[in-house]
Write a protein that binds this ligand. Structure first.
Ligand SMILES: [Zn+2]
Length: 114
């Protein structure tokens, strides 16, 4: 299951951050996932809670998941925006010469410790 592996990776990073700051408890972790990462936020939160229960300092920590919309950046006109359909085409000029600007990331954006 995709979300289980991600939850474990988030917990590993939260645990490392907790240790790096000499804290012994994480209260809340906020992550942002790109629309293209195809993560189900409820599944991710469920896996996170299940795995956190076995980890000292992390049990009971709350996970907030924000889904970031897909955006493409056009290499021809420089525009960055969300295409109407999931296709790699500039929503302004129609060029197919684009790179994915956001939408496939998973990132810890905030961590609350005590
Ligand atoms: Zn364009």
């Amino acid at each position: 299951m995709h979300e289980l592996g991600l939850a474990a990776a988030i917990l590993d990073r939260a645990e490392a951050a907790m240790r790096a700051h000499s804290r012994d408890r994480v209260r809340r972790v906020e992550v942002a996932v790109g629309e293209l990462a195809t993560v189900l936020p409820d599944n991710l939160a469920f896996c996170f809670a299940a795995l956190a229960a076995d980890r000292p300092g992390l049990s009971g920590a709350h996970l907030d998941v924000t889904v970031r919309p897909l955006a493409v950046r056009c290499m021809d006109c420089g525009h960055e925006g969300r295409p109407e359909r999931i296709e790699t085409r500039c929503p302004r000029c129609g060029s197919r010469h684009v790179t994915i600007a956001s939408g496939q990331e998973l990132e810890i954006v905030a961590l609350e410790v005590e």
